[in-house]
Design a protein around this ligand. Sequence first.
Ligand SMILES: Nc1nc2c(c(=O)[nH]1)N[C@H]1C(S)=C(S)[C@@H](COP(=O)(O)OP(=O)(O)OC[C@H]3O[C@@H](n4cnc5c(=O)[nH]c(N)nc54)[C@H](O)[C@@H]3O)O[C@H]1N2
Ligand SMILES: Nc1nc2c(c(=O)[nH]1)N[C@H]1C(S)=C(S)[C@@H](COP(=O)(O)OP(=O)(O)OC[C@H]3O[C@@H](n4cnc5c(=O)[nH]c(N)nc54)[C@H](O)[C@@H]3O)O[C@H]1N2
Ligand SMILES: [Mo]
Length: 830
Amino acid sequence: MSTDFVRIAVGPTVDGSEGPGPRADVDAFPSPCLIAADGSGPSRAGRSGLGSTVVNTQRRRLVETSAHWGSYLAEVSDDGEVVGVRPHEGDELSPATGNVAAAHRHPSRVARPAVRRAWLEHGPGPDEGRGAPGSEYVEVGWDEALDLVATELARVRREHGDDAVFGGSYGWGSAGRLHHAQSQVHRFLNLTGGYVRSVADYSRGASQVLLPHLVGAAAAADVRTRPVSWAQIAEHTDLLVTFGGVRRSNGWVVPGGQSRHENGALAGGAAGSTRVVSLSAQRDDAMADLAAEWVGVMPGTDTAVMLALVHVLVVDGLADEEFLARWTVGADRVRAYVLGESDGVAKTPEWAEGVSRTPAERIRRLAHEMAAGRTLINVVYALQRGERGEQPVFAALTLAAFLGQVGLPGGGFAHGLGSMGDYGSGRVSAPLPTFRQGANPVPDLIPCARIADLLLSPGGELAFDGSTLRLPDVRLAWWAGGNPFHHHQDLVRLRGAFARLDTLVVHETHWTPTAKHADVVLPVASSLERDDLVAGNADRRLRASRRVSAPYADAREELWIFGRLAERLGVSHDDGLSSSAWLERIYEEWRAAGAAPPGAPAFAEFWRDGGLDLVAPAYDDPVFTAFRADPEAHPLDTASGRIELWSSSIEAAALPDLAPHAEWREPRRWWGSPDAAEWDLHLLCNQPSHRLHSQLDMGEASGSTKVAGREPIRLHPDDAAARGLATGDVVRVTSPTGSLLAGVVVSDALLPGVAQMHTGAWWDPSAPEIATCVHGNVNVLTPDEPTSSLTQATSGAHVLVRVERYDGVLPPVRAHEPPPLLPRRSATQL
Ligand SMILES: Nc1nc2c(c(=O)[nH]1)N[C@H]1C(S)=C(S)[C@@H](COP(=O)(O)OP(=O)(O)OC[C@H]3O[C@@H](n4cnc5c(=O)[nH]c(N)nc54)[C@H](O)[C@@H]3O)O[C@H]1N2
Ligand SMILES: Nc1nc2c(c(=O)[nH]1)N[C@H]1C(S)=C(S)[C@@H](COP(=O)(O)OP(=O)(O)OC[C@H]3O[C@@H](n4cnc5c(=O)[nH]c(N)nc54)[C@H](O)[C@@H]3O)O[C@H]1N2
Ligand SMILES: [Mo]
């Protein structure tokens, strides 16, 4: 037992009261608890959320804090440095936590409000120079920054209307119910006239829109929030067939975080004796504990394999005809299609092998294995983030319907096992305290992945989910809690789109590539620098996440920033309350509404206790179960009341790129396309194991994965040998869209012809003569093309590339450096 840890205040507590004694679940540490060393509460200044921390010892303390990648203990020195991180006892620390210490006070933090010099000198307006490497920023005081921004927002609304303001502002930000950046910016923009918003997400943009057409909205929601659970799998499922792997690293993450990681339990064998077959281009895609059989499939070709599985079920008499007749519509037309009666191509296993490289014999055998017992078909999110990404979801549902097990315990269709840590946990989200956003008077919206189209086509139209959207003329975009110059595709095109704006306002903790495109950057306190209430999807506990240090330099909480901006515009964002008072307010509103668990204490006691166990609503009676039991009494909310294997609403939309049934069409980007002669490797761009998206990329854990300072690219030994490459070499990776430098890792865990890089390396455009990004952001390679005109989702998960050795001078990586910052001399002179 270390004696370094004393009972000491964890910065300011919200109500100034003392904390509890040691908690059973963190008793690996002597006194990890939240009591001031001198027995006192924090100072008044501390309570505002902005003052300094009251600490009167030289020793370190442990503070429980929460992130999307989990709840953990930060080891904090007296001067607010995070000097270490530890897991809760019995929990595992996700690698992303290893970025926290270095990122907390990293030089890439935004210290003061900053205004792009060209915007300050020339005023608002379109500017091709927005985001140009080396763009200078002038650091200004808060009053000047807020005056500038409030004046500009008012001007845009006055001159161009409220639909000239975009606040879609997609992104994960950080965990927390009050300091949720999206909620904060939306409330502020609603109060001042509204904004053009974005809908859907980058995660499941295609399936979110597609599934309600096939199974109705209620069952589609169940597929997301009440799927077949791991416990049901262990009890009932003989065979779990997963398209795209159940990745250990992805399960560390849950939106809002988790009190304890549950993918750990899964790794310990939650799937029981269930046999797992993982169809993927990567052998190590399925977590080791599942002991999955790996069956290779080339990226973007799963639909062909699924159709062939249906073909075998049909021709070998294994299809569940009774289920198809009573619980589905359209099976006859699917049958005609897989048999080749409607298009002349029988979707045989041999045909599918030619498309997918998956052995025909294995496909045929798999169909028989599936029909022999209780089988669950899982599709991970990544499959639908590809060109025609609706199809693998449509085809997997079709396959599950032909097996006839939808609605049976442990059988049917799942979409997300292995993608997110809460999926399959067997719990749904309890109601949580919420910061209200108010109502948006502007009706206009875009699907989030069409941001560049919106900015590039003012006055244009966009097909979406069977309707036509109008694209307003946006002049001002406000981004808080997201990093579009990480998450969007074709970043050079995105830069061109942002060049059209009059003004881009960005709230950030760090100088991300998006911040470096902003006209005004407002520095925000990080999640370690503020108190909040935290709970994730399907969490077991609502937690007090206590700040560990004062905000960095002049950074402020978003509540304060919007509060002061709203005052300038004559409205109230914060109702004159501090963030401490707001925490109490949203907690007590939750309690008063009867949403809190029975016996939930008043706020002061809750905060002192550090958390409260949640009671999740019942998980039983999913829509599919009732529908299965009696489809006449409990029809789905589709036009037919049945699972639509032939969708009448998609047929009515009459789209050129989406048939009413699951269908294989050759994509533009796949190994069999004519383009593949020039672009001969299929690059998977998947989620990073050692960070969350782009967050804290400058940290140690993320840095530990880099090769020659660049994002690694994994290559099969044959592909490496053919290019004379070995682990540690630097390569230039090129697609029709752009180029990047990456560091080679040779691995036989890939199929030949497939390469893999993680998303989230910060875009470094500082040496365009060498590459579009010299650090390795995959989104300079991916094209900005929608999955289809129904869903308009991102197709960024894959791209065809060429890989060549790079022997030239290695440019420095400047991604994590702040831009040139100039001090403000006077209001008129720089
Ligand atoms: N090619 C390709 N691209 C992809 C994907 C892919 O698979 N392939 N995946 C896509 C998916 S699924 C997703 S979800 C997206 C993720 O895209 P994003 O959600 O945009 O990625 P993050 O890196 O999480 O960005 C969050 C930003 O919020 C900032 N931040 C943190 N806390 C706060 C706060 O309190 N206030 C403010 N104002 N800012 C804060 C962080 O510093 C960070 O810059 O990427 C998508 N992009
Ligand atoms: N550590 C960590 N975990 C995360 C995140 C993170 O940033 N870091 N992000 C979270 C978020 S926002 C999301 S949306 C989820 C995403 O969850 P997923 O979409 O499931 O995650 P990915 O890692 O992008 O893809 C999973 C695997 O799918 C496989 N795959 C890709 N395309 C194909 C294909 O066409 N066919 C087949 N058969 N396999 C394919 C790849 O081998 C890849 O490793 O992850 C979440 N979890
Ligand atoms: Mo996502």
